[in-house]
Design a binder for this molecule. Sequence first.
Ligand SMILES: Cc1cc2nc3c(=O)[nH]c(=O)nc-3n(C[C@H](O)[C@H](O)[C@H](O)COP(=O)(O)OP(=O)(O)OC[C@H]3O[C@@H](n4cnc5c(N)ncnc54)[C@H](O)[C@@H]3O)c2cc1C
Length: 499
Amino acid sequence: MSEGKKKIVIVGGGIAGLSAGIYGKLAGYDVEIFEKNPVAGGQCMGWNRKGCHIDNCIHWLTGTKKGTALRNVWETVGALEKDSEFVDSDSFCTSITGDCRVTLWKDLERTEKELLSLSPEDETEIRKFAEHVRYAAKCEIPAEKPMDAMGVMDYIHMGASMADMPKVMREYGSIDLQEMAGRFRHPALRALFTDYLPKEYTASSFLVSYGSIVSGNGEIPKGGSLAMVNRMVKRFQELGGKLHCNTPVSRIVIRNKKAVGIETADQKEVTADYVISSVDTMEMFSKLIGKEYMDSKWQSCYADSEKYPLFSAVQAAFVVDTEAYDEKGTIFFDCPSFETGGKKIDRISVKSYEYETDFAPAGKTVLQVNVPQFDREYFYWKGLTKAEYKRQKEAAVSAIEERLLLQFPKLRGHMEFLDCWTPLTYERYCNAYHGAYMGFIIRKGVKSFRVKGVVKGIKNLYIASQWIMAPGGLPVAVTAGKFAVWRISRKEKSGRAGE
Ligand SMILES: Cc1cc2nc3c(=O)[nH]c(=O)nc-3n(C[C@H](O)[C@H](O)[C@H](O)COP(=O)(O)OP(=O)(O)OC[C@H]3O[C@@H](n4cnc5c(N)ncnc54)[C@H](O)[C@@H]3O)c2cc1C
């Protein structure tokens, strides 16, 4: 090895792996990515069914605001362009509770007015919420270099964007969404604040998410998730990177406490100067390097699903006649209870993709329903026989379909089932631990999870994955890729490359 250009091998071609690949090429390395699936993208995925496209990731992409460090990262990896177009939508989500309907609009003043007119007795909490969303809207995710490498000047540079975050954290950092919702008297507002994110999340996470929508820093790029991944693949390949799809990796080769390459499932060894693991971190520890390398921080989080719960979903997609569905955006509503994954469900959400006319034939729209599931439900699905799993999936689809028809009666006779997927689908497709599609949830009173993305005891191995910083998501994944290469380059410059 090591004659001419140095080589980085990346395991996993999701957003983090592609980002690492692109930054690796830009830093002058030979780079090869090994991805188990026929296409790259991992959790950031879309697929076709019955002439329709099911877009299964981007509900909002943090970092779309021009001039921010994160927008620069998205542009560098080709996910966004200077003149990228975004979906023309005016809302974050709508909650229906009984006869009440309330929306979190992109326009915060409109939201504030709507909430106040619905529930004047909640004025103090509504105004406080709006004020703190304004603070959170200025928050930017650090994307220049890893936080552990930031010095005083970096913090000063970041200062303006983070100046108001302590106020948000003081008011909403030590309560969860359930408690925040409990501060409101009106039942529709209580529902609104526990709808979008799991109620176990700290309230501040929700304010930051909604803040990014309000500030124009959380848009949906036109074309959706798969189109964005394809732009990143194109960028990587144009830079000369090699992407090997359909190539699962069975282990990372470690010699003398140093990662020296990988072995593919068909037992081919590929040598490298550096290995970046971009797969789910439990997959890395349990299969690619061995659990003996999992330090106590990882162990304690994985072992404690109370403090560090993980979530996934049962989802179903339908194509409907546009004339029979005049709603837009994501809508949460109460429904007669049903069980799925062993969990009682009495509220579900439906998202309409009417804004992407290419996702369905003319006159039709794709709708997607999301039913949250946690670790316990994962085990429920996992414990079923193949036949029972199929039966329960079908039962979930019927239950969801019935509830959609109850809520939107005009859909009767205008709706066709496309596909259904569960936590086990994420496990099968992405090797996702417990089917989770985000990292550890940030809970109140629990230290938020963050690690450097290195593995104690193995040199030249780096982790680029959404799992290295709670709660994961696309911004964490894309910056994790950048930061892994940043660490490699810094090591090279410091002359410790051959360690
Ligand atoms: C329904 C849904 C909605 C979401 N909405 C949002 C949103 O609105 N905003 C947001 O920020 N995030 C959202 N996310 C989360 C986002 O998709 C993830 O945070 C992100 O895609 C994770 O990227 P990653 O590269 O870290 O991991 P992954 O996408 O899991 O990539 C890992 C890759 O490694 C591959 N792999 C695994 N094992 C092996 C192996 N042994 N050999 C070779 N390859 C292997 C996998 O196939 C996969 O391609 C959503 C996810 C889902 C599913």
